[in-house]
Design a protein around this ligand. Structure first.
Ligand SMILES: [Zn+2]
Length: 433
């Protein structure tokens, strides 16, 4: 793997705008004779322009830099062809740096456009809502489907903690949800390494958990939108993005709980409904995975053996029917992506069961590293996240469908797959119905 180019500067604290201007001034060499002409293309949406973009433009102009703003006015901006075209259609070669003023979507549009045009960009974060600031991939919407494609990280991330404190509370809560999930995500990664032949980077796994732990310790300061809590959250989100970039995949930051979120997101997208903040969906997913981990934590090896003894290989045709019912027009792709599980035969299944039992002590240790469902609920509430799935605006049927079918989204071994083999998920689903 080629090492990704990561941000040179990560600046989180009060007064970040001044340092942003200094960074840009040092970065942009001006031609002889003074004026630099066009230099920075600032990209914002109406909200982030009002919140921080206009102030940033003033600060940069005061530092002698030319700034051209592009402001997206759409109520539900998406990282799609339309947004990218809007940027590229009047791309000015004299503008060597793009400045993304926003959070997830704006940053993804800019990171994609800059990757394809060979530009550098700086991220000026307006909300601690998502762990993708330092990411080297971008989730884009193409033909109504979400696809994750290569993109680039910003050369610098600036976040003014006083500005972060003014960001909408649900966005702060979403950032917390996107961090609290790391305990379960990393435990899933460990399952993948133990049972599914994946490689685990121990140092990165620990960093991801450490970042999550810092947010747990700051949960009430984050819930109260105190600048010191938001500085911790923002630093953790950036760290999580770096963990993914360095690992070269999303395992350090995303497991079964993210699959639930992706499933619901795909449905909203397909039906043209307003999006729900990523981290809030992930928070609900994390509550569900915590329940599954609770079931594993209290299970003796003898009980696991007896449950696995009763577990039957699912029939391929029945699995495909379930996928088609849940994924509609996207089913063919999901089926193709899930081939390793679908193609599993009796002997492989038995070997997997043996490995689960042989590793049961380790698996219970993974479960120990994940906060209980009760603790997860308490922490989510403390940070202002919804803890009832219905509060997300999804129907009962959609929630149940997601909890049952989201694991088909990726062919990764997760707590959900383990729970299915142990017959645990049926019991957990029965509890929340
Ligand atoms: Zn996430």
């Amino acid at each position: 793997m080629i090492a990704p180019i990561l941000p040179e500067v990560i600046d989180i604290g009060p007064g970040a705008l001044k340092r942003l201007a200094a960074f840009c001034t040092a970065r942009i060499d001006r031609p002889q004779g003074g004026s630099s002409g066009a230099a920075i293309r600032l990209v914002a949406d109406a909200r982030t322009w009002a919140a921080l973009g206009s102030e940033a433009a003033d600060a940069l102009r005061a530092a002698g830099l030319a700034v051209r703003p592009t402001i997206f006015e759409e109520p539900y901006l998406a990282a799609d062809a339309r947004s990218v075209l809007r940027l590229l259609i009047d791309d000015d070669p004299r503008e060597r740096i793009y400045l993304a003023v926003g959070s997830g979507t704006i940053t993804d549009i800019v990171r994609f456009a800059c990757h394809r045009t060979g530009r550098d960009f700086i991220s000026l974060a307006t909300a601690p809502s998502v762990d993708a600031y330092s990411s080297v991939v971008a989730p884009m919407v193409a033909e109504g489907q979400k696809v994750t494609v290569p993109a680039k990280a910003p050369i610098a991330v600036f976040a003014d903690t006083e500005e972060l404190a003014r960001s909408p509370r649900p966005m702060i809560a979403a950032g917390f949800g996107d961090m609290l999930c790391k305990f379960s995500a990393v435990a899933d990664w460990r399952l993948g390494a133990l049972l599914w032949g994946e490689s685990l980077d121990e140092a990165i796994a620990r960093r991801s958990v450490e970042a999550a732990r810092s947010c747990v310790e700051a949960a009430s300061a984050i819930g109260a939108a105190k600048p010191e809590g938001l500085a911790t959250l923002m630093a953790a989100l950036v760290e999580s993005g770096l963990c993914m970039a360095e690992a070269g995949h999303s395992r350090p930051a995303s497991g079964a709980e993210h699959h639930y979120s992706h499933f619901w997101e795909m449905r909203l997208l397909a039906e043209g409904r307003p999006p729900i903040l990523h981290g809030l969906k992930v928070g609900i997913g994390t509550l569900e995975t915590a329940r599954l981990w609770d079931g594993v934590r209290s299970m003796t090896e003898a009980e696991a053996a007896s449950r696995l003894g009763r577990s039957r290989l699912p029939e391929r045709a029945a699995e495909e029917r379930r996928i088609r019912a849940a994924y509609g027009s996207g089913a063919a792709e999901v089926i193709a992506g899930h081939e390793r599980f679908l193609a599993m035969g009796e002997s492989e299944r038995e070997a997997l069961k043996k490995n689960i039992l042989a590793g049961w002590k380790e698996i219970r240790a993974f479960a120990e590293s994940v906060p209980s469902a009760e603790e997860t609920r308490r922490l989510l509430a403390l940070a202002g996240c919804p803890t009832e799935p219905r509060r997300l605006g999804l129907s009962r049927r959609e929630i149940a469908l997601g909890l049952k079918s989201a694991h088909y989204v990726r062919s990764r071994f997760t707590i959900k797959k383990l729970a299915l083999m142990l017959g645990l998920d049926r019991e957990v689903l029965a509890l929340i119905r």
